[in-house]
Every structure is written in C-alpha cells, then in structure tokens.
Design a protein around this ligand. Structure first.
Ligand code: LLP
Length: 419
C-alpha cells in the first residue's frame, strides 16, 4: 500500500498534486511519500517483532537520501553500508554507530579505519584476507572490530542474474565448505571479535524458498562452528525480499517472511540481524516525467519522455518493469513503446505496453521507483542529476537538488598541456 492516489482525476503524493511539484521543480523528479516510507518501515519492523531478538539495518544503497535516512533513524532503524560515503550519510542522519553494519566486498584500508574510528557495530567480512587486514588496522588503533563472516551458501535466489549474489560463482562471501575453518582462524586473531555469520543471496526475490534454503544451510554451519568451541551470538540474514512492480503481482508479505524466519531459527539462540532495502523504500517513490513528444513508428508509437536510463537505470540494466501511469489520465489507453532521449537503444522503459493515452506535455510517473532509482542516477549525455522531493501530508520539500550540467562542467579542467 502506498500514498500515491488519484484525487479529482489528478495523481497526488499524499495531499500534494504532482503537477504542483512538476511545475515548481521541473521534471524528471523523484517524489517520495514520507507516510509510505514510515508505513513500510513499521510493517516490516512489526512483522519481525515475533522474533525474540531482531535488529534491522536498512540497506542504504537502496535509497541513501538523507531525509529518507532521517525518517528511518526515527523508526529505530540502523544501517547496512557498503562504503565510507554511505557510512557518513548514516552518521549524518543520526544513526547509532553501534547499529551500523559495514558490508561490501572491497572495503579499503581507509574505509575500515574510518569505520573503526566511528565505532561501527559490525563488519561483515567477505574473506579471510579482509579479516586479517581489518585486525591489523584495529590493533594499530587499539580497538577490537566486531565481525560476522559472510558465507556464500551456493543457493540459487531465482532472481535476475545481475542481482543474484549467493551462488558459488558469485564474488560474495567465503565458500560454504571453507567457512568453519576460516571462522576458527579469525576467532583467534587479535583485534577481531567474531560474533556470527552473515549472508545475502540476492535482491528482488519473489519467493521465500531460496531464503529458507540458505538460512537452513547457514544455520547448520553455525552449529558446526559452535561445536568447535566458538561463540556465535549474531546471525545476519541480509535483505532481498522483493516487491511487486506490476499491478496484480503477488509477493511474500513481511509477516510470511517473519514466520519463515521464526520457524527456521527457533533453536538458534542468537540476535538476528536484517538488511532490507527495496521492501522498505520501493513503493515510497515515483519518478515524475513529462512527455516530450509522441513519435510515430513502423509499429507502435514511441512515447519519448524526459526521464531516461541515466535517471532510472533499472529497465536498461535488469530488464526491469516499472508501471507507467498518466498523472491526469483521460480514461483512454494506447499501446506504445516508452523511451527516454538518450542516444542508445537500451534507453527503453517499455515496449508494446498498454498505457494511459498520453500526448506531448503530459505528466506521467514510473511507479515503485523509491529503491535503486535516484541512487543509481548519473549524468550520461550531459544530463542533469535528477532531483528528489519528499512529501509529508500537504507539505513538501526538495531533498536533493537537481545538479545541472554547468555545475558539473565547472568541476572539469583543461590541463596546461592543452592550453
Ligand atoms: N545486504 C546486502 C549485502 C546487499 O548487497 C543488498 C543489496 C541488500 C542487503 C539489500 O537488498 P534488498 O533488500 O534491497 O533486495 N540495483 C539493483 C539491486 C541491487 C541490490 C544489491 N544488494 C536493482 O535495482 O534491482
């Protein structure tokens, strides 16, 4: 459920008509609903409340906007970060360093140093090599790093190949059958406090079975590690719960997920940690765009919109579907291809899609754009960096400026040798 709804024939974000924002900020623009964000944060948190001890670290990568992080911090969320940039955002939003998990397959020495100094609560180690390096840095700072070892359970998440992370051939974690030995060695390394295991098998999962298989497998490993005499007090089950992008699609609900976790982990006796991203932020945002023109084609007409793959990369990268809807629908429909202005054919949002009839100048939205939307935007074709707006009831504010090409150009230099 979200708070984007039609009122008087006009699509609103909460109480604000989208044309008001489009007129004042311009398009394309991401618009987030605070009420939707809060609702999703609470539904997920409340679902997990059936577990004896659960902590939630929001996957910042899905939507790192400072205002979004502020809302989640107020809901008691910690953060799952994968770079110093994300770490600084989580801290700036007021998140407790102890509630920050540092994930990521290529943490640099500088990043580990900064995270240790900031008091980061848990490092999810991706390899023995990384653990040994972190231990050395921790010792030099007179600190101990709390760590979980990320295990690659070799389970097929059944999602798009580019966002699948838990198969043996993926770069993430340590191989399942070597994990116990690596854990034992790291547990004896001064500078580290090994406290558990972590896993994350992929994103946009439409079924719970692969997650259940992975949790069961890693639960077995946890028992082996304990039997070898090592403590395991925390288990980080990652993120990955998908959301419906197409009206009518049915996905597992947070309470189904929580019930499955409760069943699998009933005898684990640990603090469970979660790293949800998309399930919290996906429905929180839409990308508002304006139709530049409708161009006749040999087949379906091309609806050329002013948003492009640089603003919303998911369709180009993962063949992802985002529902498209007119902001002021006439009631008519058309079958069309929806494309952006960028000079390559991957800049395609939809082919042969039945949509609200639109014409030049009309406003429309791509729905479910709150996760992995603005955060993946870039300036390809020297386009501006897309702005973000947050709505709260009848109030709204720009929460990230449009960065125009002139600002980007001003950061470039012509070297002396070309003068
Ligand atoms: N934890 C780890 C270690 C992750 O790598 C990720 C996502 C998450 C948690 C959060 O996963 P979620 O709950 O959002 O599924 N750009 C892609 C998605 C990439 C996901 C990367 N890792 C997309 O637009 O679909």
């Amino acid at each position: 459920m979200d708070h984007f709804h039609y009122s008087g024939g006009v699509l609103h974000a909460e109480d604000v008509p989208l044309p008001v924002i489009a007129d004042q900020v311009g398009t394309p623009v991401y618009v987030y609903s605070r009420a939707t964000l809060t609702r999703h944060a609470r539904v997920f948190r409340d679902a997990l409340s059936i577990l004896p001890a659960a902590r939630i670290a929001f996957a910042v990568k899905s939507n790192p906007n400072l205002a979004v992080l502020k809302v989640l911090a107020a809901e008691g969320y910690g953060a799952d970060v994968v770079s110093v940039g994300e770490l600084e955002r989580a801290l700036a939003a007021g998140m407790d360093p102890e509630a920050i998990v540092f994930s990521g397959v290529g943490k640099t020495a500088a990043e580990m140093t900064r995270a240790l100094q900031a008091g980061c609560g848990q490092f999810n180690l991706e390899s023995e090599e990384e653990g040994l390096e972190l231990a050395e840095i921790a010792r030099s700072l007179g600190k101990t790093a709390s760590c979980a070892l990320r295990v690659n359970p070799d389970v097929d998440a059944g999602t798009h190949g580019k966002i699948s992370t838990g198969k043996a051939e993926n770069k993430f974690g340590v191989p399942y059958d070597r994990a116990a030995a690596i854990y034992a060695r790291l547990a004896q390394t001064e500078g580290l406090a090994m406290r558990g295991l972590a896993l994350h098998i992929g994103s946009q999962l439409s079924k719970l079975d692969p997650l259940e298989a992975a949790f069961t497998k890693v639960g077995g490993l946890m028992k082996d590690i304990r039997a070898a005499g090592h403590a395991v007090t925390h288990m980080d089950l990652g993120g990955g719960v998908g959301v419906p992008y197409k009206a009518g699609d049915v996905f597992p609900q947070p309470e189904d997920y929580a019930a499955m976790v409760a069943r699998v982990t009933a005898d684990w006796d640990v603090t469970l940690m979660f790293e949800p991203g998309r399930v919290i932020t996906g429905n929180t945002g839409v990308l508002v765009t304006r139709v530049v023109r409708v161009k006749e084609g040999v087949g379906n007409p091309w609806v050329v919109v002013d948003a492009a793959m640089n603003d919303l990369a998911r369709p180009a990268l993962y063949d992802a579907w985002h529902d498209f809807a007119a902001v002021e629908p006439s009631g008519e429909t058309m079958t069309a291809n929806i494309v952006g202005p960028i000079c390559e054919s991957s800049d395609t949002f939809a082919m042969a899609r039945e949509i609200d009839a639109v014409q030049r100048g009309d406003l429309a939205v791509f729905r479910t754009a709150g996760a992995y939307g603005a955060t993946m935007a870039n300036t390809y074709n020297s386009r501006p960096l897309v702005p973000e707006v947050m709505v709260d009831g009848a109030k709204w504010a720009v929460v990230a400026d449009r960065i125009d090409p002139a600002t980007i150009l001003a950061a470039e230099r012509v070297p002396d040798f070309l003068a």
